[in-house]
Design a protein around this ligand. Sequence first.
Ligand SMILES: [Zn+2]
Ligand SMILES: [Zn+2]
Length: 252
Amino acid sequence: MTLTHMQIKELLDENLKHECEGIGPDKVCVRIAAIGELPTRFGDFHIFAFYNNRDDKEHAAIVRGDVTNAENVPVRVHSECLTGDAIGSLRCDCRDQLKAALKQIGQMEQGILLYMRQEGRGIGLVNKIRAYGLQDHGYDTVEANLALGFRDDEREYSVAAHMLYSLKVKSIQLMTNNPRKIENLTQHGIAVNGRIPVVIPPNPHNEFYLRTKAEKSGHMLDNLGKLHLQEQGDRPLLEGMNPEQFAQLSQE
Ligand SMILES: [Zn+2]
Ligand SMILES: [Zn+2]
């Protein structure tokens, strides 16, 4: 089942008039502004583009099937990463995570990927690249981390929660390895009925996880030997990780 033209028209009409008190401390309110079909190499989707009342960021939802009034809809929250998602940077694994999630959802009846347009989880491109630059010049990782020290996770969850309300989803299963994400969405009134682990097949670019996880717990190095910045809210589970390594993922 996919969305009908009638449903799309109704959603757009309703959203034109939508007003609410807003969600979270920032009183975030979003509206679906446009909907279009999006065939991809991972399957057929609709893309929903959102307007929001707080900043100029145009968040998006990549939607598989008809999710209106649906229960237990698989949902992945992905934070934009220009360098990883679009350029294929090896300093992070955002592209692998995005691909794995879209591939998984593309094979399901229904599912949603929320694409949050907040580079580096809200720190912005400039700060992210600043941290890269500091690391390139041998600055200590503490300083690089300082440049990254003002993430706005709270906002991300408020916006994500409202986007799910706008999509009229009744309950979700969160695609995450991080139980804290479930808590955060639940606090904003989303019914999270379960968790689907995101599993990434190992390849030469992400096997560093396995290695660093095994060798030095706590610190993530990328495959350039530099501190791995955690840009997504949770780490992926790589095929081949043992239960102990998986347990560590959820604690970070
Ligand atoms: Zn609203
Ligand atoms: Zn990234």
